[in-house]
Ligand binder design. Structure first.
Ligand code: ADP
Ligand code: MG
Length: 233
């Protein structure tokens, strides 16, 4: 399967504001996620969850502090787009699949230009199998249910063997049973691949299934609760 072990994520004294400082989205946030750990990030709407996820995904830069992923300081990267493509897999609330493409073709999108066609097709088949959708490979995303679409989005996020999965409310648009299936899939991926997972969720039942919950309020980290990090020897 060619999985690569998960990375450590270290966030130190990170602050981020918008609109010339009038909106303090994150204030002095510090935490660490171990390689292969599954951390949930919770908190009320507007508390800074997506802002924090974007910083860890190098989609944005902190005003102060540092984010270090797998030993690399993101603010010092010369090519953040290569980091995003090779280290990170992103999943958002809405799967954002391309409706004119099949499930298998959607999964191949991140591999375009990075792998030859035969390898892309083979890998898309394996990934759809891994998320339990081998039989829907040729289906248009418009014919898939919300949960199936999110599973395709997860397969797509895994295309380039990411060492970190970042998910922003991946179950936010799903009913609780379907959301539970998505979490079971993430737990399986964490076991089989050792990938590190940081998942934003507003659902406390969903958050409880992670190893640990990081709680944000008004841009500050409240506490780190719910289980102790398992640090691989
Ligand atoms: P959450 O994901 O927890 O709902 P966000 O991280 O999206 O919260 O937003 C945190 C705060 O920062 C909110 O007050 C939001 O309006 C503000 N914010 C986020 N992104 C921007 C932006 N690009 N420009 C201005 N304000 C922003
Ligand atoms: Mg958000």
């Amino acid at each position: 399967m060619n999985a690569r072990p998960g990375v450590e994520v270290v966030v130190e004294h990170v602050s981020k504001s918008f609109e010339d400082g009038r909106i303090a989205a994150l204030r002095d946030v510090t935490f660490r996620i171990d390689p292969g750990e599954f951390a949930a990030l919770t908190g009320p709407s507007g508390c800074g969850k997506s802002t924090l996820l974007n910083l860890v995904g190098a989609l944005d830069r902190p005003d102060e502090g540092s984010v270090t992923v797998g030993g690399a300081r993101l603010e010092q990267l010369t090519d953040p787009s290569e980091y995003r493509a090779s280290t990170v897999g992103f999943v958002f609330q809405f799967s954002n699949l391309i409706p004119t493409l099949s499930a298998a073709e959607n999964v191949q999108v991140p591999m375009m230009g990075r792998a030859p066609r035969a390898a892309r097709e083979q890998r898309a088949r394996e990934l759809l199998e891994e998320v339990g959708l081998a039989d829907r490979a040729g289906s248009s995303s418009t014919t898939l249910s919300g949960g199936e679409r999110q599973r395709v989005a997860i397969a797509r996020a895994l295309a380039n063997h990411p060492r970190l999965l970042l998910l922003d409310e991946p179950t936010g648009a799903l009913d609780s049973a379907t959301g539970g299936q998505i979490i079971r899939l993430l737990l399986t991926l964490r076991e089989t691949r050792g990938v590190t997972i940081l998942m934003v969720t507003n659902d406390t039942d969903i958050a409880q299934r992670a190893d640990r919950t990081l709680r944000l309020r008004d841009g500050r980290l409240d506490e780190a609760t719910h289980g102790v990090a398992q640090r691989p020897a």
